[in-house]
Design a protein around this ligand. Structure first.
Ligand code: CDP
Length: 210
């Protein structure tokens, strides 16, 4: 079973996807980590995240240790991740890993193009979103909890800029697959979003089986 969860920045996809994976006994892959780890390598090499050669070399050299890093969620890495993610060669280099991960034992994957490009025939596709204010506020609280000094206005600007870049890029732009179920979590907390999404997944898969 493949469950694809896409959506804009800080929509709570990760939290939701992790809980769904645990509830259904499926492996979970946060595909954003691939772009973040690529970006981090480029930044640490002192290279430009918009440089195709540097970004491709970084994507091709990713190992387990890169994906296990816990310092990939800061604002600079997020911005650079969006930049490397707009490079078709980088996306191509990361495609097999994602497909292989999902095809091995089934999986819940979250990202931007899971339901459109990586697994267009996923059993369930969810497009999780929320108002930009709600998303920025959640990301702001996450930053504060990690001890990162940020201002809410900056987080709002970052989230908006990244969404705009992700939506308008030519390569695998952020968009809802026509057959994805839209879940707007603006007025839901994490528990409510999880309960709602799980109920929808059960309804969609029962319907498909019967
Ligand atoms: O957690 P958040 O929603 O802020 O971001 P993320 O899912 O970790 O993704 C970071 C960046 O990687 C995004 O802004 C996208 O540009 C890129 N990304 C992508 O292009 N395709 C994916 N499947 C996942 C992430």
């Amino acid at each position: 079973m493949i469950i694809a969860i896409d959506g804009p920045a800080a929509a709570g996809k990760g939290t939701l996807a992790k809980r769904i994976a645990a509830a259904l006994g499926l492996p979970y892959l946060d595909t954003g980590i691939l772009y973040r780890a690529t970006a981090k390598r480029v930044l640490e090499a002192g290279a430009d995240p918009a440089d195709t050669k540097a970004a491709l070399a970084a994507a091709q050299s990713l190992g387990k240790a890169d994906l296990a890093r816990t310092d990939l969620r800061d604002a600079a890495t997020s911005r650079a991740a969006s930049q490397v993610a707009s490079i078709p060669e980088v996306r191509q280099a990361l495609l097999d890993f994602q497909r292989h991960f999902g095809n091995s034992h089934g999986a819940v994957l979250d990202g931007r193009d899971i339901g459109t490009i990586i697994f267009p025939h996923a059993d369930v596709k969810l497009f999780v979103t929320a108002s930009v204010e709600a998303r920025a506020e959640r990301r702001y609280k996450e930053c504060l909890a990690r001890g990162e000094p940020v201002a809410l206005v900056e987080v709002i600007a970052d989230v908006q800029a990244r969404d705009e870049a992700d939506r308008t890029r030519a390569a695998a732009p952020l968009m809802k697959a026509p057959d994805a179920e839209l879940i707007d979590t603006t007025h839901m907390n994490a528990d409510e979003a999880f309960a709602y999404a799980l109920a929808r997944i059960r309804a969609l898969t029962t319907h498909a089986a019967g």
